[in-house]
Ligand binder design. Structure first.
Ligand code: PGA
Length: 253
């Protein structure tokens, strides 16, 4: 199986009303080349999914995903959204973003349960992992990445591992303007590749590793050239069509 081409995913976080989301989607579609050489994915807030799906008008250049989901298929979980509810619009669901882990106290076990829910609903999970500034300072980066990635992937059937994408997002680089160094990203990617192969019981080149954290059109060429990285998870810059499409252009071979 050949290595998959790069994926550029835009995590809109808690930004954009449905009307604003429709405008941004239309702007992105207008700026993308007719045949992008990367996979493009938008991750709008839940209430925008249907609108963005409509604004895409079946545009095959752009995939749609969600930023999170609940781990149960249904039940008395006020305010929550199940993976099955998302499957009408989404091909991917992000799980384990550091904002979920930190602000909403999601454990490795919760993230794993969510990842399994995504797979049960026939979608592809993007598992986000990354060390905090304190963990980095104390030399714990490797341990944190191995723990989070193992908790997410090991024990899944190989064919399910192959449906996953892993996003390396050092927490200290998210929204700070201080991206990681390509050398550090490559080192993290190598660690994560080891866990992916452990989980897949062998080569799993089709599982992409993304980098996320202060990716801009300016920083993208260096960040995306890091060894072992096949794309980016973009936060702030994904809210601007020129910036987001600039990153997709920078990621094109
Ligand atoms: P950022 O966010 O690009 O704004 O740093 C990345 C993310 O949180 O996925």
């Amino acid at each position: 199986m050949p290595r998959r081409r790069a994926l550029i995913a835009g995590n809109w976080k808690m930004h954009k009303t449905a009307a604003e989301a429709a405008v941004l989607t239309t702007e992105i579609r207008a700026l993308l080349p007719a045949e992008p050489e990367v996979d493009v994915l938008l991750l709008p807030p839940y209430p925008c999914l249907q609108t963005v799906h409509g604004a895409l008008q079946g545009d095959r250049r752009v995939q749609l995903g969600a930023q999170d989901c609940h781990w149960e298929d249904s039940g008395a979980f006020t305010g929550e959204v199940s993976a099955g509810m998302l499957a009408a619009w989404c091909q991917h669901v992000l799980v384990g973003h550091s904002e979920r882990r930190q602000l909403f106290h999601e454990s490795d076990g919760t993230v794993r349960a969510k990842l399994e829910a995504v797979l049960r609903s026939g979608m592809e999970p993007i598992l986000a992992v990354g060390e905090t500034e304190a963990e980095r300072r104390s030399g714990a980066t490797r341990d944190v990445l191995v723990r989070q990635a193992r908790a997410g992937l090991v024990g899944l059937p190989r064919e399910q591992v192959l449906l996953c994408t892993v996003a390396y997002e050092p927490v200290w680089a998210i929204g700070t303007g201080a991206a990681a160094e390509p050398g550090d990203i490559a080192e993290a990617a190598l660690i994560l590749r080891g866990v992916i192969e452990e989980a897949a019981s062998g080569d799993a080149a089709e599982v992409r590793i993304l980098y996320g954290g202060s990716v801009t059109p300016e920083s993208a060429p260096a960040l995306l050239s890091a060894d072992g990285v096949a794309g980016a998870l973009v936060g702030g810059a994904s809210l601007s069509a020129p910036q987001f499409c600039g990153i997709t252009a920078a990621a094109s071979p």
